[in-house]
Design a protein around this ligand. Structure first.
Ligand code: SF4
Length: 329
């Protein structure tokens, strides 16, 4: 009975308080999928304009599958974690090849697609197909930790494992997508990491942490991880209006498989004046990059990773925000 009251209270609140977000309008499997992939590790504010532009360029799964990888990466520029964009395209190709271009509606088939894990499969199946599959993300972990008074760290895999069965038990057969979105919406707008707004919370009377005054203590704080410092010197090599770019391999620690400016030492060139510098954070790395003008040594043959690109086209290739910061300078 309490579960039903909890569900009803949260769903009622979601019905009136949900934010108007573009992916919530006409939630087709394709639109939900693209939004969920974009929203992994990226804020709603950063995703919203990119999502609209991406959908304009790739309005359907087939249009995404027909595009080449560089084109997809270009429209992903600024969102980071570029393997997500590659997997999105690979999954679109797999759906065209194995499911005649129609997004599968079975859990196992969805889970087999590149870049789709249990969370994303649950989101697509519950929101777009209205199937009662649970999902667990950072917001849901925080809300459940407080609501049920569960002690644990939100990023501890053992703690996350305990949340899944709870989420599965609570997801209703009617409106499972709204329920899952309501939980995430509550975590994003009311039950926030710092200073949750318990006074405005629709489920406060069901909440263990609120009753015990533990809302600021749960979930338990994460152990802080120190960022790893990384320094690069990169080269701006220009000849007859073309600039030398470098495709980073999939063995790189950072920005793998993306076009960038060549790092000093990778090609025989003499570095000259420093023309720009920038700092950039990428997944626990604090990257400091300086950019120097450089000239190639006479007779150097450019390797296959390198490519001369007209100066005006350079921005189309350098999609990471790191390069955009440097180019702006
Ligand atoms: S009462 Fe406070 S701590 Fe509990 S779910 Fe609501 S916002 Fe979170």
């Amino acid at each position: 009975m309490t579960t039903r009251r909890l569900q009803a209270a949260l769903l009622r609140w979601y019905g009136r308080a949900q934010r108007d977000l573009p992916w919530r309008r006409s939630p087709t499997p394709y639109r939900v999928w693209v939004s969920e992939i974009m929203l992994q590790q990226t804020t709603v504010a950063a995703v919203t304009p990119k999502y609209e532009a991406f959908l304009q360029r790739f309005p359907s799964l087939v249009s995404l599958a027909s595009a080449d990888e560089d084109e997809v990466l270009k429209h992903w520029a600024g969102l980071g974690y570029y393997s997500r964009a590659r997997n999105l395209r690979r999954a679109a190709l797999a759906i065209v090849a194995d499911h005649r271009g129609v997004f599968p509606s079975e859990f196992d088939a969805v889970l087999q697609l590149p870049g789709i894990g249990r969370y994303t499969a649950g989101a697509i199946l519950s929101i777009a197909f209205r199937k009662p599959f649970p999902l667990v993300d950072g917001n849901v972990i925080r809300v459940f930790s407080r609501l049920f008074g569960l002690r644990g760290r939100a990023k501890d895999p053992g703690f996350v494992k305990k949340i899944w069965p709870l989420a599965a038990r609570l997801v209703p057969t009617k409106n499972p997508g709204d329920w899952n979105q309501a939980l995430m919406e509550l975590g994003a707008t009311v039950c926030t990491p710092d200073s949750p707004s318990c006074g405005a919370c629709p489920v406060a009377k069901h909440c263990v942490a609120f009753k015990k005054g533990l809302q600021d203590a749960l979930p338990l704080p994460e152990a802080r991880r120190k960022p790893v410092p990384v320094r690069w010197t990169c080269l701006w090599i220009e000849k007859n209006g073309d600039v030398l770019l470098w495709r980073r391999s999939d063995k790189e620690r950072l920005l793998k498989n993306l076009w960038g400016l060549p790092e000093a030492g990778r090609i025989a060139a003499s570095p000259g004046l420093r023309i720009a510098a920038a700092s950039h954070a990428i997944t626990h790395h604090a990257l400091t990059v300086e950019l120097r003008e450089a000239t190639l040594h006479p007779g150097v043959i450019t390797p296959p990773e390198a490519k001369w690109v007209p100066r005006a086209k350079v921005r189309d290739f350098l999609v990471s925000s790191l390069w955009l910061k440097l180019l702006r300078k």
